[in-house]
Structure formats: structure tokens, C-alpha cells
Write a protein that binds this ligand. Structure first.
Ligand code: PLP
Length: 355
């Protein structure tokens, strides 16, 4: 399919101070759009000036949340080249999300080709300062104008781009988290393994209450037994307990993170003992109290590695590694970010050049 390009005649000024970018606050000059109808399938791929999308008030996405999204980044190397990190994985996951929400699947090659074309047009928007990146948000919304509860007959696929600042300013500061015992994020058979807005809507109240208590994230437990660790906020989670590194197995209610997958592959390439298994909160708190819990960290595209320095469960508060980032967390962060920003050779084949 040919991608039509319509360039803006009023480009915006690029941010002057890249140290103040923050996350997801400004958007580039163009976006990618594609439509779906039962008659034409996915059609009319196009790059157009960034702007509002007209939607009928009865559009399905407003009422029944038939929508999915992805999150990834483009990185600028020291040589000025722009590159992606495992973008094929994001598009594979997008199609998996489509399956769960009964959205028609897309051609993954077209998704990658069109992303490259969009980012090439916007390449001057990829920031230059250390640890900054261009955040990429592909998403699909259902837009059939009808109130019946059934899969929409029409959809929009859209990609927007947002120059984003360094996640960490002045070192990786460990976060404080608590075990969430009141709310659940997802249950097996639900949508926990899918990147869909509904999961985030369900998590907002827990996040609000955690912040009020001075915690930055919650540690989610499984929604059935309320016993096994699942994720931390919107990140996957790892624990180093003695010489074993444990992350919860993908149970159906956990989002299969691409950073999680990459961390597992890196750890295994280093010959370390890694387990994807069920980890109960009792086992975790016991390890935290007897000192065998050496390190804990979250993984996700935004932060890459987010060390956990304090863990609270009911009334018990424990500190991990003296509330400092541990050596393994630091080494993982350095290894992944060196690959992403092109500071080291890529032995895994994870880097996808753009332009
Ligand atoms: C996106 C996301 C992650 C992390 O996935 P990455 O592919 O590593 O960015 C983890 N948990 C949830 C709930 C997510 O939405």
C-alpha cells in the first residue's frame, strides 16, 4: 500500500531546552493515520499534519473502550543516526492486543515501514541530549457511530510522536512501593496481558492513593488469590533473591513487556540463574526481612530499569539494598541503554535502523 504524505505548511518551533522536555507533553508536526472498514479492510495509510481527529459522539471508543495502544521509542546515536529497539515486538504485541479486543489485525511490515517513514520526516524532532528520546505512541480506536455493544465495524490506527526528556535526572533513584491489597488491576481471562486503556483506568485510583501516602507505585497482586506478585505500577517486576533472579511468569493477567523479555535474555546471556515462576508475597516479604532480597526493579520502555528501594506490605516496611540502586540493576540499565542509544555493539540483533 502506498503511503500518502501531506506536509504541514506551519511547522512548530522545536523545543529550545531539551532538559525541560518531560514526558508526553509536546507532539511533532505530523502523525500517521489509517482507516478500517469491513468493505475495504485497512486502507488509506497516510501521513498528515498533527491535529484533532473528528469523532461522532456515539463512536464506540467513547462508550465501550474498544481501544489498544503501544509505547516505544526512537533514539538518536552519537553519529546522528536514528534507531529503534525491537519495534517488531511492539507490532507483534499490537496484533495480539487486536486479537483480544476483536479488532482486525494489521500488516506488521506496513506498520514498521510507515513508522520509519513518519520518523524520518520528523527526525529533527528526535532530541539530542543524553537519555532523551522520541516517544512513539501507536494506537487503535473503534469509531463506528452506533451505541450497540458489539465489535465496531470501523477503526482508526494512528501514530503520534512526542520528544521526551531523560527519565532520570542525576542518577537512578530507587522508588518506594507498597503491596496493593485493596484494588486489583486484572484477572486471568480478563485483559491484563493486553495494552488497553481499560487496564489503566482500573489502576488510577490505586496510583492516586499510593501517591497520597508518599509511595510512587503499587505492587499488584493476582486478582483471584491476592497472593502472587504480578507487576509494579505499569512495569514488569524482578527480584534478586540470593543467587536467583525471579520475575512472575506470564499468567495471562501480566503484560508481556518487551523490556522484561530483553532483561531475561540479557541475564541468561550472562549465565545467571533466572526463573519465571509464581512468587508469593509471603515469600517476597520473608526474603526482604531475612536479607536475601538483594535487589528489586521494575522494567518498562519509559524508565528501562526502575530500582525499588522500599517495600511496604500491610504494616511492615523494608528497605532493599540500603535504598540504593544495586549493582545488577545498574549493569542491566547500562547494558540496555548503551544498546538503545548506539553506544555499544548489538550482539542480539535488537536494533532496527531508521534513518
Ligand atoms: C507497557 C507495559 C509494561 C512494559 O512493557 P514494555 O514493552 O517493556 O514497555 C508493563 N506493564 C504494563 C501494564 C504495561 O502497560
Amino acid at each position: 500500500m502506498e503511503i500518502k504524505v501531506t506536509l504541514t505548511d506551519s511547522p512548530k518551533a522545536k523545543p529550545a531546552d531539551e532538559s525541560k522536555l518531560g514526558f508526553g507533553q509536546i507532539f511533532t508536526d505530523h502523525m500517521f493515520l489509517m482507516d478500517y472498514s469491513n468493505e475495504k479492510g485497512w486502507h488509506d495509510p497516510r501521513i498528515v499534519p498533527y491535529g484533532p481527529i473528528p469523532l461522532d459522539p456515539s463512536a464506540a471508543c467513547f462508550h465501550y473502550a474498544q481501544e489498544i495502544f503501544e509505547g516505544m521509542k526512537a533514539y538518536r546515536t552519537a553519529e546522528g543516526k536514528i534507531q529503534f529497539f525491537r519495534p517488531q515486538e511492539n507490532f507483534k504485541r499490537l496484533n495480539a492486543s487486536c486479537g483480544r479486543l476483536v479488532i482486525p489485525p494489521l500488516d506488521e511490515k506496513l506498520l514498521l515501514d510507515s513508522l520509519k517513514k513518519l520518523v524520518e520526516i520528523e527526525k529533527d524532532w528526535v532530541p539530542h541530549e543524553k537519555d532523551t528520546s522520541l516517544y512513539i505512541r501507536p494506537f487503535i480506536i473503534s469509531n463506528q457511530a452506533v451505541l450497540g455493544v458489539h465489535p465496531s465495524k470501523t477503526y482508526i490506527y494512528c501514530v503520534i510522536l512526542s520528544p521526551s526528556g531523560a527519565y532520570y535526572k542525576g542518577g537512578l533513584n530507587p522508588v518506594k512501593i507498597y503491596v496493593e491489597t485493596k484494588y486489583v488491576r486484572a484477572v486471568k481471562g480478563g485483559m491484563g496481558m493486553v495494552k488497553t486503556g481499560g487496564n489503566y483506568a482500573a489502576s488510577l485510583i490505586a496510583q492516586e492513593e499510593a501517591e497520597k501516602e508518599g509511595y510512587s507505585q503499587v505492587l499488584w497482586l493476582d486478582g483471584v488469590e491476592r497472593k502472587y506478585i504480578e507487576e509494579v505500577g505499569a512495569m514488569n517486576v524482578f527480584f534478586k533473591i540470593g543467587d536467583e533472579i525471579v520475575t512472575p511468569e506470564l499468567s495471562g493477567s501480566i503484560l508481556p513487556g518487551i523490556t522484561r523479555k530483553s532483561v531475561l535474555e540479557v541475564l541468561r546471556s550472562w549465565g545467571l540463574k533466572v526463573s519465571e515462576r509464581r512468587l508469593s508475597v509471603d515469600e517476597l516479604m520473608k526474603a526482604a526481612q531475612d536479607g536475601t532480597l538483594e535487589e528489586a526493579w521494575g522494567t518498562g520502555t519509559a524508565a528501562v530499569i526502575s530500582p525499588i528501594g522500599e517495600l511496604k506490605c500491610n504494616d511492615i516496611v523494608t528497605t532493599i539494598n540500603g535504598n540504593k540502586i544495586g549493582p545488577l540493576s545498574q549493569k542491566l540499565y547500562d547494558t540496555l541503554t548503551d544498546l538503545q542509544w548506539g553506544r555499544s555493539k548489538d550482539p542480539f540483533g535488537w536494533i532496527e535502523p531508521c534513518c
